[in-house]
Design a protein around this ligand. Structure first.
Ligand SMILES: [Zn+2]
Length: 143
């Protein structure tokens, strides 16, 4: 497979918890049967058939130090019940690198939504929280 690189463009570490087969390296989403099997795997079940040896795997992406922000404009609107209201208009992304083969960027959902033509932007999905509600990781990267 061609080399693939994932660069975290958010200010926070992103931790992905998943399961990986100790034999063949196939992966699936943590706590599910959801795996993506490449064509050529017998029966669509991956290289080991239904005999995968799933082990927990964690990949941590430290912040790269670069971030992407969106141009932003605040337009005040008529107050509701005496409370000021506004509409925020988002513009062009600032700091978004050119798309490059095999390079993917972890970004916020708002940046991803602002750039629907970019296929190289990933967001943490299926977020995992501890008992206090703090985000401790995610189970996949959303494309
Ligand atoms: Zn396997």
């Amino acid at each position: 497979m061609k080399k693939q690189t994932i660069i975290n463009m958010t200010p926070h570490a992103v931790t992905v918890h998943f399961e990986k087969c100790a034999n063949c390296g196939d992966t699936r989403i943590h706590g599910t049967d959801l795996g993506y099997w490449d064509e050529g795997h017998a029966g669509g079940m991956g290289a080991c058939g239904d005999m995968h040896q799933w082990v927990e795997e964690v990949r941590k992406f430290a912040p790269s130090g670069q971030t992407i922000r969106l141009e932003m404009e605040t337009e005040p609107r008529r107050p509701i019940d005496g409370i000021p209201t506004s509409v925020i208009k988002f513009g062009e992304p600032i700091g978004l690198p050119e798309q490059a083969d095999g390079v993917y960027y972890i970004v916020s959902q708002i940046v991803k939504s602002a750039c629907p033509e970019r296929t190289d932007l990933l967001v943490p999905t299926d977020v995992m929280r501890d008992t206090n509600g703090n985000i401790v990781g995610c189970r996949a990267l959303g494309r």
